[in-house]
Write a protein that binds this ligand. Structure first.
Ligand SMILES: Nc1ncnc2c1ncn2[C@@H]1O[C@H](COP(=O)(O)OP(=O)(O)OP(=O)(O)O)[C@@H](O)[C@H]1O
Length: 259
């Protein structure tokens, strides 16, 4: 069983300060802050509707925040022009819910897609070799010529992860990486995320309801509640908390798929 690796560099890759976002009268984020450190797995736990997806969308400006400051690798995200934002986004890989692969394309073609959009990330390495390496890192080299319809749910998620890794991002954003998978397959994905953290040194921001995922993968956990970073610490720090809003997450953790 792998455990999350600790790094010693403390210059944040992502720094969010006092982020606010409302939709009409619905104040979703009310001054949320976080720092993601190099090589760290940071888990954000929040109840359904607490604003986790809004937070991740603000981070990469799929949604415009109302206020606060967001820095990714030192760059103020809200002040970047389109071209600079696109460049910065190649440093940030996303594994979103559903892991949408193109159904009409083989695994190889799905992985070729980001390389064609960002040829500069190949750094002179042949496309086929990058595709092969990315698939090997998720244990799916043999699936290169299959279509998504021929893959299981867990395999699809691995391919989506390989497609993210192929651009060699420094940061990966995972939105509910284990949702919809059976416990054994979910655990395989969690172990793969840990392996990638250890081998590639990538930092990850992981949004999840899955307490088992949080327990295994997190160097640190932030609880998003009332639009702020309500509580923060290691999984075991928070598991000992007496605060009722924190306890609510831990009350049924004997079941690995507590929601
Ligand atoms: N584009 C939008 N327009 C209006 N309201 C929105 C929009 N996007 C999100 N919201 C609202 O923001 C709140 C937070 O939504 P969000 O999707 O971030 O929750 P979440 O924590 O990711 O929930 P879940 O765990 O169920 O996915 C909800 O009240 C939602 O209705």
């Amino acid at each position: 069983m792998k455990t999350p690796r600790q790094h010693t560099d403390t210059t944040p890759l992502i720094e969010i300060t006092s982020l606010t976002k409302s939709f009409g009268t619905n104040a979703v984020l009310r001054g949320f802050s976080l720092r993601l450190l190099p090589g760290e797995n940071l888990v954000i736990l929040g109840r359904s509707g607490s604003g986790k997806s809004v937070l991740i969308k603000c981070l990469i400006r799929l949604i415009e925040p109302d206020g606060g400051d967001i820095r990714i690798m030192g760059q103020a995200v809200t002040q970047l022009d389109r071209a600079s934002l696109d460049r910065l986004r190649t440093e940030v890989g996303f594994l979103f819910q559903g892991s949408a692969l193109y159904d009409s394309m083989t695994v190889r073609e799905n992985l070729r897609f980001p390389l064609r959009r960002h040829p500069e990330r190949a750094q002179g390495v042949a496309e086929d070799s990058l595709i092969q390496t990315a698939l090997e890192s998720v244990g799916l080299a043999h699936a290169i010529d299959l279509l998504p319809a021929e893959l299981s749910g867990g395999m699809k998620r691995r391919v989506a992860l390989a497609r993210t890794l192929i651009l060699k991002p420094r940061i990966i954003l995972y939105d509910e990486p284990t949702t919809g998978l059976d416990p054994i397959t979910a655990n395989e994905i969690i172990q793969l995320m840990l392996k990638l953290q250890q081998e590639l040194g990538t930092a990850s921001l992981i949004i999840t309801h899955d307490m088992d995922c949080a327990r295994v993968i997190a160097n640190r956990v932030i609880i998003l509640h009332d639009g702020i970073n309500y509580a923060e610490g290691t999984y075991s720090d928070l598991a000992r908390s007496r605060d009722p809003h924190v306890r609510a997450f831990f009350k049924d953790t004997n079941s690995p798929y507590h929601d």
